[in-house]
Ligand binder design. Structure first.
Ligand code: HEM
Length: 394
């Protein structure tokens, strides 16, 4: 069994040769990943889509694949974490649909389009705060702040709590193995504690925002634990991922990628090329069966490798090149099937506004030192800059 280091700095800088090597082994390869352990990983666009679509044979909750419920599956997690593991990402069928239906409308294209003026205002406010006479870290000072403020406002989290939450979850961004996961525990504990307290406050007050609607609207029947785990996923997924897309795009543009109108095409290409979320959470095989020339045993874990699909040469011509006018561009960087990203319209809109406002104001922006190599975040499964120093007005 080949072991592929899918968060190795070399892989993150240029995954082409490793992805080709994996693809040569077949559409589904056996490998071992940190935290997840032994698993299968898809390597092609067709195999990745097939696995993500086939709910009858692949489950999110191991309870539906002959195992324990997800809340007991990760036995090493402390008790306070258990309700959080039963979240939208790890549930199947009717249970998943019920949770998703409670929040779907808040992330529709129309709902997100209505937020454009507010998102633009947030972008401008952070750009006003940048000092063009000094090097700026685009990742931490801009790309992180914009999605953090937008998702917090959408959820109705108080402004003074946003930074505290972001600081609390920062250590969670690092886990690369079991030991690192344990060091993330205090951060996870603090995050859920802050969110729990905020939900309690909202329960007793009137407040705008999605959390208030979830708590006070009698038409949905989410339990307290369900609201907490949803808030947790929305807060983290709502800013950690978009942060990566924005910083990856700034890197690519400062490296010569074109960012012309319509900028929406460029955003899709950055999504495809970088695949900021490189793989999905594990799926569990419901029944032993043959697929892609392999025998999948009940309970086996399968990772849908989105970056493998997005770099599949059978699907994309010159897949290893950034072509910001690529059309069509049927990437699956936001996933595929029933768990496709809930926040994709929000992410696209935020990235488009963030980049347009940044490059309109600072069209000559340059990395410093000039041509500095990318420094990727160590978070497993993600591909985004840890830091990205630029001169706004070189
Ligand atoms: C699901 C990527 C931004 C909320 C997903 C999935 C991917 C993804 C690949 C599927 C994971 C799987 O199948 O296991 C991204 C990327 C983003 C982004 C690359 C930014 C560039 C956002 C934002 C939100 C969000 C802004 C804010 C609400 C979610 C949620 C799910 C999800 C709630 C779970 C959906 C479900 O299980 O039904 N995302 N996402 N994401 N994303 Fe995003």
């Amino acid at each position: 069994m080949a072991q592929y280091k899918l968060n190795d700095p070399d892989f993150l800088r240029d995954p082409t040769s490793v992805l080709a090597q994996m693809r040569e082994e077949g559409p589904l390869v056996r490998t071992k990943l940190p935290i997840i352990g032994q698993c299968w990983a898809t390597t092609t666009d067709a195999a990745t889509r097939e696995v993500l679509k086939d709910e009858a044979l692949f489950a999110r909750n191991p309870a539906n694949a002959g195992g324990k419920d997800i809340s007991r599956y990760y036995w090493f997690l402390p008790r306070f974490m258990r309700p959080l593991t039963r979240n939208i990402l790890s549930l199947d069928g009717a249970e998943h649909k019920r949770i998703r239906a409670a929040v779907d409308h808040s992330f529709s294209r129309a709902a997100i389009d209505a937020l454009r003026p507010e998102i633009t205002q947030v972008a401008d406010q952070y750009l006003d705060q940048l000092d063009p006479s000094k090097p700026v870290d685009i990742t931490q000072d801009y790309a992180r702040m914009l999605p953090l403020d937008v998702i917090s406002a959408l959820l109705g989290i108080k402004p003074e709590l946003r930074q505290k939450l972001s600081r609390a979850i920062a250590p969670i961004s690092k886990p690369t193995g079991i030991i690192a996961l344990f060091t993330a525990m205090p951060g996870l504990y603090r995050t859920q504690k802050l969110l729990r307290a905020e939900i309690e406050t909202i329960r007793h007050t009137q407040r705008n925002g999605l959390l208030s609607t979830l708590i006070h609207d009698a038409s949905n029947d989410l339990s307290d634990d369900e609201i907490l785990s949803l808030a947790f996923v929305l807060f983290i997924a709502g800013h950690e991922t978009t942060l990566h897309l924005i910083s990856d795009a700034v890197f690519a543009i400062s490296d010569g990628a074109k960012f012309n109108e319509p900028t929406s095409l460029a955003i899709e290409e950055f999504m495809r090329f970088f695949s900021p979320v490189m793989m999905t959470k594990p799926l569990f095989v419901r029944e032993t069966h043959e697929r892609f020339g392999q025998t999948l045993q009940q309970g086996d874990k399968v990772i849908a490798q989105l970056i493998g699909a997005n770099h599949d040469p059978d699907r994309f011509e010159n897949a290893a090149e950034i072509q910001t006018d690529r059309r069509p561009n049927a990437h699956i960087g936001f996933g595929f099937g029933p768990h496709v990203c809930l926040g994709m319209h929000l992410a696209r809109t935020e990235a488009q506004i963030a980049l347009e406002r940044l490059f309109n104001r600072f069209p000559d922006l340059e990395r410093t030192p000039k041509n500095a190599p990318p420094v990727y975040s160590e978070r497993y499964g993600f591909r985004g800059m840890k830091t990205l120093k630029v001169n706004l007005k070189p």
